[in-house]
Design a protein around this ligand. Structure first.
Ligand SMILES: [Zn+2]
Length: 254
């Protein structure tokens, strides 16, 4: 099938896909939030959609739900433009997506996030939904700590100083955006933000007191050397890891 995005399909096309075994739906929770002076607020939503469609292609029998664009971003509110949902609204939104797709006959639900702030709540939602819908297989993607490990590995492979891929509007996100949507990158504004180690104290401050207490520009990492070419390599590495994690979780029958 060419188009795997449910919102761009008609109901007869979806019905046919279901009959042909497309029983897996990928729901990506993203964000609309500040990404420094150089990246548009849609970065996580834009990357998340491409990532979900790529994952669907790798899985082979999956369709992609409309991306949940605003997420849990209270720590980005100090800078203008960010949206954040109340946790109960976010949870309700994900649960309602799942209930609708269950009604339509999907059997496997893949919950992924392109935004760090959503991971913990998404895990809790998955646990709750598993006890609610015993007949559905509900899995989550690559855990956040594994993704952060991967960013560290990518820095090493690319011979970049530690902290370059800090995880927010960093070399990783900026390079991927240059590869996918260069019109949303203001390259001349890409300057280093917080490039220290992500200690527990730093993360507590980030989530409790807001991103500007760590980095006045809202950047965590150094986007100054970002390139589209490296963005394609990063994307491939992250997608391979997400695919492996999801494939393994879907195959696990315990
Ligand atoms: Zn982001």
């Amino acid at each position: 099938m060419n188009n795997l995005k449910l919102e761009e399909m008609t109901w007869p096309e979806i019905e046919t896909a279901l009959e042909n075994g497309y029983r897996t739906v990928i729901i990506c929770a993203a964000s609309i939030e500040q990404h420094g002076p150089h990246l548009a607020q849609l970065a996580d939503s834009a990357i998340g959609e491409v990532s979900a469609v790529d994952l669907a292609r790798r899985l082979g029998n999956a369709l992609v739900a409309p991306v949940i664009r605003p997420g849990l971003s209270s720590h980005h509110m100090p800078l203008p433009g960010s949206l954040t949902l109340r946790p109960e609204i976010f949870t309700g939104l994900v649960e309602d997506y799942v209930t609708c797709y269950k009604t339509h006959g999907f059997k496997n639900i893949v919950l992924i996030s392109s935004h760090g702030g959503n991971f913990e709540t998404l895990d809790t939602i998955a646990v709750d939904l598993r006890s609610k819908y015993a007949d559905l297989k509900i899995v989550t993607g690559l855990p956040l700590d594994k993704l952060m490990e991967l960013l560290g590995k990518m820095e090493q492979e690319e011979n970049l100083p530690p902290g370059t891929c800090g995880g927010h509007a960093c070399d990783y996100e900026t390079s991927v955006m240059l590869a996918l949507y260069p019109q949303h990158v203001r390259t001349d504004q890409a300057k280093p933000g917080y490039t220290g180690r992500p200690t527990r104290e730093m993360l507590n401050r980030l989530y409790k007191e807001g991103v500007t207490t760590i980095s006045p520009t809202g950047v965590i990492g150094d986007p100054g050397r970002a390139s589209a070419e490296r963005g394609s390599r990063y994307f491939e590495m992250v997608q391979a890891a997400i695919h492996e994690a999801v494939k393994t979780a879907l195959a696990d029958n315990s």
